[in-house]
Design a protein around this ligand. Structure first.
Ligand code: MSP
Length: 639
């Protein structure tokens, strides 16, 4: 481990701290899993690594959610932050720190930073009017609106006129622009760097950093004016710094900071945060890494859009590791990706069950049959064996480069290309044929040992993505459960000969795609059952009329019947109807309903019914009486 005071070789990665206005969904899970994968990779590589996640608990949005849940904000945030934490814990997310913005230690650092910026003269009091989006918790410009609504939501902004404290953000615009221009890797991929540079081409204005306590009481009080609380973004962004300060780790991990976010919060991270750091005299972060959205039905997945899928449901169904594999493999960093459950199943079957799982399964089977289940020694390597070895031993550096370039999908694909080569190698070398000829025993040993090494190397490189399955794979090969390092993927002799293998359950059970498709398909509505056709003359025999309900009472002898007195033009009639379970007398009195007026009168439990009310009934027995969509005089004929 490097000297704690030496920031070189250290790697500090953060997720956004999530709003606690809703339970975690796939979008939150993606960034968190991504940072988990990235930090596991850096640990594998030997970097001094720290992973921070947490929850953003102040602000209007959270206060509103607490009010809607009918509890005070603190009770509410305690509950939802617990949901985030337990979701990450049950998904095996290996975070080092979990910050809550309601932690007293965080509040103190926020107040210290504010005071420092205030003392330096970069905060002033003024009046402001602008368009505010509660969903995004920030003022937006007219240009940012999409069809008059806030970005990523269907809500219009609110016009706000308020006296607040302001941070002189505009003052730092030239500095920020130059800094981003001089550091091509600061914000990446490039499209988001360009997005921020475009914002900086025009005035960015000063940032309103407080809210009057009288209107928004839920927040951190300004140290010099208790009547104002800190604007939620000013409070939230500081989490990345405050956590390290609280833990005494800032010299060790700052500024080796890698923020991971989605494109929704580029402006706060690409504009507010760097200028805040500059004003507070804190060095700038190393990288802002921005990914795209997971889309469902072409829209961003989110709680408010109602299309959010609970991450826990899916990982339960497919397993943690397969779910992580899918998320990392199917999104190109920076671009949007479509989320379809069938996509997970296809990945499981093709890459995991077919290519990787099957290679392990076949290899263990052959070892069982040909070497007594024991890992054999290499014989002399021929060109094919060397080609396979070289393909695998080149992976550690290739994957490492991919990680540095944020090409996580390509990193995985590099490993899977090699795994497919190993499958082809088995098919080409035909160990089953070699096994028949005792003279080929050394060659058979080379082939089987080569595949064992290939599987082992693949397991090391895939371990950050699939920690459990990678260890399980090595356990089935009989290898000791020691923590892997990247150097383990740089050697071709990591599985000692003579090791007894321990074949187990298939690593990745195949998903039955047909059953999945059937389960996901909408159940087909049963066809309507039609009665015999009638002619217009048959129909003309029926007389429908508008009836005005005057009086309703329960049938004296039947539970389900009501006795209605209706006026049909000049006539007053009694109608007995089986709608008592669906309507109270009050709901019916005064209504104009449609009746069959020439139905032969019948006695129902002793009361004569002089007609029948029309009503619609669904398959579950729900009932609605047919009424007219505009006023008609009673007695009018319905045709
Ligand atoms: N609280 C702020 C962040 C403060 S950080 C100092 C916030 N919270 S949030 O709960 O809305 O989380 C937004 C983040 O969740 C995104 O930046 C991204 O990391 C993740 N995602 C939410 N929906 C997502 C998708 N549909 N797709 C990918 N990631 C998504 O903003």
């Amino acid at each position: 481990m490097p000297d704690p005071s030496d920031a070189r070789g250290s790697y500090y990665a953060t997720t956004p701290i999530f709003y606690v206005n809703a339970a975690p969904h796939i979008g939150h899970a993606y960034t968190t899993i991504l940072v988990d994968v990235v930090t596991r990779f850096h640990r594998l590589r030997g970097d001094d690594t720290y992973f921070l996640t947490g929850t953003d608990e102040h602000g209007e949005k959270v206060a509103k959610a607490a009010a809607a849940a009918g509890v005070d904000p603190q009770t509410y945030v305690d509950r939802v932050t617990g949901q985030f934490r337990s979701t990450w814990d049950s998904m095996g997310i290996a975070y080092d720190g979990f910050i809550r913005t309601t932690d007293p230690a965080h509040k103190k650092v926020v107040q210290d930073v504010l005071q420092r910026v205030y003392d330096s003269g970069d905060i002033f009091y003024g009046e402001y009017s602008g368009l505010y989006c509660v969903g995004a918790e920030r003022f937006v410009t007219e240009k940012e609106l999409v069809d008059g609504c806030c970005p990523d939501s269907d809500d219009p902004p609110e016009l706000r006129v308020e006296a607040n404290y302001f941070f002189r953000m505009e003052k730092y615009r030239p500095w920020l622009r130059e800094t981003i221009e001089a550091n091509p890797d600061l914000i990446r991929p490039e499209r988001y760097r360009n997005e921020v540079l475009a914002m900086l081409r025009e005035p960015i204005g000063d940032l309103s950093i407080s809210r009057p306590r009288a209107r928004v009481p839920w927040g951190i009080p300004l140290p010099w004016d208790e009547e104002h609380v800190t604007y939620v973004w000013f409070d939230a962004l500081i989490n990345y710094w405050s956590h390290l300060v609280t833990e005494g780790l800032e010299r060790r991990y700052w500024p080796a900071v890698n923020h991971f976010i989605a494109k929704d919060i580029v402006k706060p991270h690409g504009v507010f945060w760097p200028t805040m750091l500059k004003a507070a005299g804190i060095p700038l972060y190393a990288h802002l890494n921005v990914h795209g959205y997971w889309l469902a039905d072409e829209r961003k997945m989110s709680k408010s859009l109602g299309n959010a899928i609970k991450p826990l449901d899916l990982q339960e169904k497919y397993g943690h590791d397969a779910f992580r594999y899918f998320l990392l493999r199917d999104m190109s960093f920076g671009l949007d990706a479509s989320f379809h459950e069938a996509g997970i199943a296809e990945r499981v079957n093709s890459d995991l069950a077919n290519d990787l799982g099957n290679l392990l399964h076949r290899t263990l089977g052959m070892l069982g049959r040909y070497t007594g289940g024991v890992i054999p020694a290499f014989g002399e390597l021929g060109p094919d064996d060397e080609a396979l070895r070289d393909a695998f031993l080149g992976l550690a550096d290739a994957v490492s480069r991919r990680f540095d370039e944020l090409q996580f999908d390509r990193a995985i694909e590099d490993v899977m290309v090699a795994v497919r080569k190993a499958n082809k190698y088995v098919a080409d070398q035909q160990p089953w044929a070699l096994a028949k000829d005792p003279a080929q025993a050394a060659k058979l040993g080379t082939v089987l040992r080569s595949v064992v090494e290939a599987l082992r190397v693949a397991s090391v490189l895939l371990e950050p993505v699939m920690p459990t399955k990678a260890r399980e794979l090595r356990a089935q090969l009989g290898l000791a459960d020691a923590p892997a390092t990247l150097d383990d993927a740089r050697r071709w002799d990591g599985a000692p000969e003579g090791t007894a293998t321990r074949p187990g359950e298939p690593l990745f059970p195949r998903v039955d795609l047909e059953a999945l498709a059937a389960a996901m398909a909408e159940p087909a509505a049963p066809p309507l059952e039609h009665k015999d056709e009638v002619t217009i003359d048959d129909f003309a025999k029926l007389e429908f009329r508008v009836a005005h309900v005057q009086h309703v009472e329960p049938h004296p002898k039947a539970d389900k019947l009501l006795v209605l007195t209706v006026r049909v033009g000049p006539e007053t009639r009694t109608i007995v109807s089986g709608i008592k379970q669906h309507y109270t007398p009050e709901q019916l009195i005064g209504k104009r309903v449609v009746i069959v007026a020439n139905l032969k009168p019948v006695k129902l439990r002793g009361v004569e019914s002089q007609g029948m009310i029309l009503a619609a009934e669904d398959a579950d027995g729900n009932l609605a009486v047919a009424t007219l969509d505009r006023d008609m005089p009673d007695g009018a004929e319905v045709r």
